[in-house]
Design a protein around this ligand. Structure first.
Ligand code: ATP
Ligand SMILES: Nc1ccn([C@@H]2O[C@H](COP(=O)(O)O)[C@@H](O)[C@H]2O)c(=O)n1
Length: 237
């Protein structure tokens, strides 16, 4: 009945977006922009595995020994800030955003993330962050659509040719590394093979994920594609 009162508006239900894919396909850039555009939180799960790896290295844990890594998995306290404009990660209260991006961490993270006890701790943390995100969240990683949030509202699997990914990554590096696209391509392939080949929650496309090949797309086009998928999902509710 029209009584002249302003109709009550219900807040839109939280939307959960899972974005997975191999290294250098554009997951972080896309996820941050989509979250910012839609007013959602953002979680970089790779940063959490990197933070766990950095803690292991700085605390003298032999990361090539899965039993030693498993024993230590519950010790570090990881805290992720989920503002897409300024994502943060701390370990035992210390800012880890710089140290987790070193070559040493990048070369060791796949060994640490393959240990089931590590995945149990980190997956539990990821689920609690996602369930606390009032308006919803964009979560990016390798196993979000398959394992961490199998009931996500929108699942996207980003891909790109090895050449495109290596060129993008080289563009971020400085000096000699920037010109060595072949070495960058090899390093990406090695990490993807380790992440795809592990037994527990390997890098994989969920059966119900939308695959987007970003090789010939600009970042803006990829962002628009994902925003459209989320808006279509919201409209269909
Ligand atoms: N569609 C695109 N076209 C051109 N460059 C892109 C595109 N998407 C991302 N990039 C650039 O490629 C680089 C890698 O992107 P990004 O870090 O988002 O990838 P990622 O999948 O999160 O990688 P990783 O898994 O290794 O963290 C960045 O420099 C980014 O600006
Ligand atoms: N859901 C995830 C996310 C990441 N990993 C592991 O972390 C590494 C670093 O990820 P980046 O996105 O920061 O490059 C990645 O190579 C995986 O080993 C994971 O296992 N699961």
């Amino acid at each position: 009945m029209d009584n002249g009162a302003t109709p009550a508006r219900t807040a839109p239900a939280a939307v959960i977006v899972a974005i997975d894919g191999p290294s250098g396909t554009g997951k972080s850039s896309t996820s941050k922009a989509v979250a910012a555009q839609l007013g959602l939180s953002y979680l970089d799960t790779g940063a959490q595995y990197r933070a766990m790896t950095w803690w292991m290295i700085t605390n003298g844990v032999d990361v090539s020994d899965p039993a030693a890594v498993a024993t230590a998995a519950g010790k570090p306290m990881l805290v992720s800030g989920t503002d897409p404009a300024a994502p943060t990660i701390t370990v035992d209260g210390a800012d880890a955003s710089g140290p987790i991006r070193t070559q040493e961490v990048t070369s060791k993270v796949s060994a640490v993330s393959a240990v089931p006890e590590v995945r149990t701790v980190v997956t539990e943390l990821q689920r609690s962050i996602a369930s606390a995100a009032g308006k919803g969240i964009v979560v990016e990683g390798r196993d979000i659509g398959t394992t961490v949030l199998p009931d996500a509202d929108v699942k996207v699997f980003l891909t790109a040719s090895p050449e495109a990914r290596a060129a993008r990554r080289s563009g971020e590096l400085k000096g000699k590394e920037a010109t060595d696209v072949a070495a960058t391509k090899d390093a990406l392939a090695k990490r993807d093979a380790a992440d795809s080949g592990r037994k527990t929650s390997p890098l994989a496309k969920a059966g119900d994920a939308v695959e987007v090949d970003t090789t010939d797309l600009t970042l803006q086009q990829v962002i628009e594609c994902v925003v459209t998928l989320v808006e279509e999902k919201r409209a269909a509710r």
